[in-house]
Design a protein around this ligand. Structure first.
Ligand code: FEO
Length: 395
């Protein structure tokens, strides 16, 4: 990829990781990803905002080959997909000073071995002049590490947001052209990376809204030249409102739990409650995370392996607990062979989820007419809880 101008004197230096399929050895990347750095040339100085993943350092350095001097490199976020090539940049430009938040200074030293003499900590709100362009730094902690900040360039009304508003998309698109595709990718990104910090993200949204910008330039995915699109999406995702929807991760070994899940799905649908069900034997956990963004209820379906839940359910329950979605209600259903502690063990896996448990249906062996009646009662209880909850949007 070549450097592309987004405003006079401002270039995006995108490196596209087409083939990457896993981030942090955890997060699926069905559409690859990109790492965007930005080069800002003012009348009296030049700054590079962020860098790239070390695996793509050659592509970044190639795009900088005509840049003879760099006064500053700004690190918005210390995670290595944006900071991992900063040591190479500092070596290539010995005159450059690294600008970052106080916390980032500590992290960049400990994670990348950057010496303190190269680092200048900037304060929240501080401005650094490049002549006819200004870098104004705004601390936005916990999007998604404690040190994160963004940069505002008032002369060009650009906000450089790093991970904040990002989307894992490998694309040659400079700006958002396919809103549906970017919305999906940005929601997946929010679900997997940002959702645990929903409350502080809400505060950060208020904080940045004090700045007048017409472009949001993130460090993953395309640039937003209609910022309202992604700001509205984020406001929705962090709001207290939920959909009249159940997320139902489940697994079945010999079919009993699947029969129960199928009955529950049908019964919920009869009550007008939408269901997103995920067979954990084959599901993409990113899709599961996305569904957790705005669902009101989580229902786990599990068989019993020995006395506890299936290991895949352990994983999914632990993941949901980490992601801290805004859901308010939960239930557990499943089958067992001779004895089970599955309900107690699942309950112990989700202490972060402040949910009302609306019911449990645990069946020894194949479901019976009585089991199906209990599942119908559970579906009715879920529908009733949603109906009575002012935060659940009814269609
Ligand atoms: Fe794109 Fe948190 O790194």
């Amino acid at each position: 990829m070549h450097a592309r101008e987004i405003r006079k004197g401002i270039h995006i230096i995108a490196t596209v990781h087409w083939e990457r399929r896993l981030f942090d050895s955890l997060v699926p990347l069905p559409d690859g990803t990109s790492y965007n750095a930005y080069l800002i040339r003012g009348s009296e100085g030049t700054a590079l905002l962020d860098s790239t993943d070390p695996e793509l350092r050659g592509e970044l350095l190639e795009q900088l080959k005509t840049v003879d001097r760099l006064d500053y490199i700004v690190s918005h976020h210390s995670e290595q997909d944006h900071s991992g090539t900063i040591p190479d940049i500092l070596a290539r430009y010995p005159e450059a000073t690294l600008l970052c938040s106080q916390k980032a200074g500590e992290l960049l030293s400990t994670h990348l071995g950057i010496v303190p003499e190269r680092i200048r900590v900037v304060a929240d709100g501080e401005r650094v002049s490049l002549g006819d362009k200004t870098l104004q730094f705004v601390y936005t902690p916990w999007v998604h590490w404690p040190e994160t900040m963004v940069t505002y360039v008032p002369e060009d009304r650009c906000l450089f947001s790093c991970d904040f508003f990002g989307s894992h998309l490998a694309t040659t698109d400079l700006y958002v052209t396919d809103k549906g595709r970017v919305y999906e990718a940005a929601k997946r990104y929010y679900a997997e990376i940002m959702m645990p910090f929903r409350t502080i993200i809400r505060k950060n949204l208020d904080k940045i809204s004090e700045y007048d910008f017409e472009i949001i330039a993130p460090s993953h995915g395309p640039v937003y030249n209609e910022p309202g699109f992604i700001l509205d999406a984020y406001r929705d995702w962090v709001s207290p409102t939920m959909k009249n929807e159940v997320v139902l991760p489940y697994i079945s070994m010999h079919g009993s739990t699947r029969l129960m899940v199928n009955r529950l799905i049908d019964s919920l649908a009869r009550h007008g409650v939408a269901v997103s069900a995920f067979d954990l034997a084959v599901t993409d956990i990113g899709k599961l995370a996305m569904s957790l963004v705005d669902a009101a209820t989580l229902i786990v379906g599990t068989p019993t392996v020995h006395v506890g839940p299936h290991p895949a359910v352990y994983y999914a329950a632990h993941l949901a607990n980490l992601l801290r979605p805004k859901l308010k209600y939960a239930a557990i259903v499943g089958s067992y062979g001779w004895s089970s502690k599955a309900i107690e063990q699942i309950a112990g896996l989700i202490p972060n989820l402040k949910v009302d448990v609306l019911g449990t249906v645990l069946q020894k062996g194949m479901p019976t007419a009585e089991t199906y009646a209990h599942l119908d009662e559970l579906a009715k209880a879920v529908a009733g809880a949603h109906e009575a909850d002012k935060d659940v949007i009814k269609q």
